[in-house]
Design a protein around this ligand. Structure first.
Ligand SMILES: NC(=O)c1ccc[n+]([C@@H]2O[C@H](COP(=O)([O-])OP(=O)(O)OC[C@H]3O[C@@H](n4cnc5c(N)ncnc54)[C@H](OP(=O)(O)O)[C@@H]3O)[C@@H](O)[C@H]2O)c1
Length: 332
């Protein structure tokens, strides 16, 4: 085992778009374990849009990422050393060790997972935080009935892909919105959505209208901006909007809503949510999602960057839509 831990820390806060200079690679010697501790070799690091918000020093639902500390992030890996009786060498675990090759912990926040039927990396995607996010917003806010039309933006991504497939399983019509013909083809042909609109195609509202002939009953919002405006204009009375993310504004200026009065005239329920505030649903959601993935009834796709050094560029790409499915970094 290496005696050095390679880590990426936040070196500076972005002024506008994130740049590679905002991160710094440091090498730290691994200290011997104390009693009760365990050491994990991280196999995959999860890159997620929320990390962009943490890089700012501004008011939000969570504290900012401190400068010169290891960037926050979900990880999966294998226990390589243990002085904790609850963990044995070889155990596979999911944790929040962040952008580094090794994690050391007293066991708090480290969960053992079984990778016999579900690949380890899926615990950072459909059977992890993004999957539960889709599950929560769909089931607890949109609550689709058979025959409803559910629209989801960033439809080919980690969260959006789960939302549409669960909506289909609930008997709804699922319509995705995604960037580009390749992503849209995947959303329909592989994920099984009824339709997908390419918002870069230049005809967003008309294309969405054609794909939602009965209007929209539920909208799972990941993006904001023009995509939100277009979908809002298609909402049926008493429709439900689960506000999950506004990624179009994370790396620049937030895009204002053009017609907020539609919320009133269509009597819409608009509910924002943060998945980590609903830990009570995680066991039920993860059980369902894990079963669906093991049975291959829930499809997903990953974009995998190789090595810790590749993480900054992969993260910058995620904020520009370069990822196709769940963005991961393979660390081993
Ligand atoms: N509320 C919560 O608790 C919670 C938890 C997890 C995630 N989220 C949110 O859920 C959303 C999706 O997250 P994810 O992890 O599933 O990411 P993802 O969809 O796997 O990746 C991000 C996708 O967003 C789209 N995108 C990026 N920049 C964009 C832009 N400027 N305009 C429009 N679309 C853009 C791209 O897809 P296209 O190429 O299709 O545009 C990109 O592939 C994000 O808004 C995230 O913040 C919220």
């Amino acid at each position: 085992m290496s005696q050095i831990n390679r880590q990426l820390v936040l070196a500076s806060r972005p002024q506008g778009a994130v740049t590679p200079d905002n991160f710094k690679l440091v090498e730290t010697p691994l200290a011997p374990l104390a009693d009760g501790e365990l050491r994990v070799r991280n196999h995959f690091l999860s890159l997620d849009p929320y990390m962009r918000g943490r890089m700012n020093d501004s008011k939000s639902y969570a504290a900012p990422q401190p400068l010169n500390e290891v960037m926050i992030g979900g990880t999966v890996g294998e226990v390589v050393e243990s002085k904790n009786p609850k963990f044995a060498v070889g155990d596979k675990v999911v944790a929040m060790f962040g952008w580094q090759e090794y994690g050391t912990s007293n066991g708090a926040g480290v969960q053992k997972v079984d990778d016999t039927h579900v690949p380890l990396s899926a615990y950072l995607g459909p059977v992890g935080m993004p999957g539960v996010t889709g599950w929560y917003g769909l089931n607890r806010i949109i609550a689709p009935k058979a025959g409803d039309t559910v629209v989801v933006s960033a439809a080919s991504g980690a969260v959006g892909s789960v939302v549409g497939q669960l909506a289909k399983l609930a008997g709804a019509r699922a319509v995705g919105i995604a960037g580009g013909a390749d992503k849209c083809r995947y959303v329909v042909e592989t994920l099984g959505f009824d339709a997908c609109i390419d918002y870069k195609g230049g005809n967003l509202y008309q294309d969405l209208k054609a794909a939602t002939p009965d209007g929209v009953d539920g909208y799972f919002e990941n993006v904001g901006g023009d995509v939100l405006d277009a979908t809002l204009a298609r909402m049926n009375p008493f429709g439900r909007i689960a506000v999950c993310g506004f990624i179009a504004g994370y790396d620049g200026q937030p895009v204002p809503l053009k017609h907020p009065s539609l919320i009133l005239t269509q009597r819409l329920l608009v509910q924002g949510f943060i998945v980590s505030e609903h830990m009570d649903v995680w066991p039920e959601a993860l059980k369902q999602l894990g079963t669906l993935v093991a049975q291959k009834k829930l499809q997903y796709r990953e974009t995998i960057a190789q090595g810790l050094d590749a993480a900054p560029d992969a993260f910058i790409g995620l904020l520009k839509g370069k990822n196709f499915g769940k963005q991961l970094v393979k660390l081993i």
